[in-house]
Design a protein around this ligand. Structure first.
Ligand SMILES: [Zn+2]
Ligand SMILES: [Zn+2]
Length: 97
């Protein structure tokens, strides 16, 4: 996939310096990552490189970010168990809200 060394600018062959890893929210920044398949949703992490010579910026995909932690939990009023807020019923005691 990536046969060109990361540390070389594609445009001027200058030296690329890493700006670190940034979290990128897909959808809001489609102009940057529009070439990525839409199979990936949510947020990704990308490493940003900038060319010291011409200023060209390159993004390198590193990994998708798991967002399962953002799902809200609710406490069942009957049995007191915590479960995901999108359940119509308590998965433990079948209590219906
Ligand atoms: Zn360059
Ligand atoms: Zn319950």
């Amino acid at each position: 996939m990536d046969i060109i060394p990361k540390t070389r600018c594609l445009r001027c062959d200058g030296e690329m310096a890493s700006m670190g890893i940034e979290k990128i929210q897909l959808g809001q920044t489609g102009w940057i990552l529009g070439y990525l398949p839409n199979l990936i949703s949510g947020a990704i992490e990308a490493e940003i490189y900038v060319c010291k010579n011409c200023g060209k910026i390159e993004f390198y995909y590193t990994q998708a970010i798991e967002e399962e932690d953002v799902i809200a939990k609710v406490k069942c009023p009957k049995c007191g168990q915590m479960h995901d807020v999108d359940f119509p019923k308590c998965p433990f005691c079948k209590y219906s809200y």
